[in-house]
Write a protein that binds this ligand. Sequence first.
Ligand code: GLN
Length: 470
Amino acid sequence: MSDLNKLSIIEAGKKLAAGEITAALLADACLAEIEKRNPSLNAYLEVFDDVLEQAKKADERRAAGESHPLLGIPLAIKDNILIEGRRAGAASKILENYVASYDATVIKKLKDAGAVFLGRTNMDEFAHGSSTENSAYGPTKNPHDESRVPGGSSGGSAAAVAAHMALGALGTDTGGSVREPASFCGVVGLKPTYGAVSRSGLIAMGSSLDQAGPLARTVEDAELIFNTIRGKDPLDSTSIGMENFKSQTANNKKIGVPRTLLAQGLDADVLQQFEKSLDILRAKGYEVVDIELPQASLALAVYYVIMPAEVSANLARFDGVRYGLSLKGESLVDDYAKTRGEGFGAEVRRRIMLGTYVLSSGYYDAYYGKATAARAELAREVAGVLQHVDLIATPTTTTPAAKLGEKTSDPLAMYLMDIFTVTANLTGNPAISVPMGTVTREGKELPVGMQLTAAHGDEPALFAAGKLLQ
Ligand code: GLN
């Protein structure tokens, strides 16, 4: 059977269950595609040497009577998620020789389900970025147009799924890093409710913002991965069981569109695709109304204070003593300076400096204190709106994927890419990006995504609307 790597996870799972295919054949098909396309796309930093062994084990488990829908399904894993005994480096030089000593909880759950890990995927260093160009190992390219970025920071995972080099993938999302590359690569990406998925074993970026989430080619596949990885975890005290959320009506049919926010630099072709997708939802019985989210225009500024503050604290542990790269200087302080100066890339150093600045005693009140107050206000505002509508819809990004190098010299232009995605991380709400067609640039069809945001714990509303859009 050819093109097994192009099956959705649900389709492949059915064929595996019916005994029509084996996990070994499925893994083989992905490995063949990786061999063909990865040299130019650079989506994988490493393809694991035991993929076929893992697949054969999954086949044995099935023969012994196990039946999880992910049993034998080949997935790609972002390089900031720990797999015991495997390299994990967050695409940074400072972690060049680091081997994980335990499994992230999400990995443990996927192993229990029987998923097969193909390899670790490229990303912006420590997940700092929107294009995967901040990787220490070169950029990943967009499978739809190799002169363009795949988005970031989970660009390797998104490109792997879009180019059929994996059936699904895990990414992490601190300010849009699952949804934005999903949008640019034409796949589905979910940022779960904060706490729905354990952060144990993720290399932390902004601990109050980070969530791991699935990238997949269909909403059903993303839903399946999410349902497998979610849940309260004793290793992460911020994790929560979904049973803690009030169950919503099954009938989530009202969508709010923050029109004023959309007026900010939205590409006309993207807007057109967005309107078409709203029409599809209207035709399926959704009511679409205008809403106001006045604080949302502040979200970007708030995010770029809070996130670097948390980054500066989380990255303090990389000092040349505990993990990875270790360079000798004239003194202990010099050891730190050398290791961190050479081990971290420019964007990471920029964020550590910004974060240290906004947390410093002279500026804490002016920046960090104000940002946390504005964040609380934003959360109240979004919660208030979601009492009147069931979903908030925006495009995921203002434009399709940029050219490689187009924004690398202008960090501010890069930060502006996150205007629609950061709010859900600041407020903890779940948000999904679902493909909403393509726009044409230089004769190429470039995908763009619609972002839907729901109340805490209401991922089911996102999946229900998302399924109607695809
Ligand atoms: N693009 C955002 C940033 O650079 C989001 C990153 C992320 O979600 N990890 O901070």
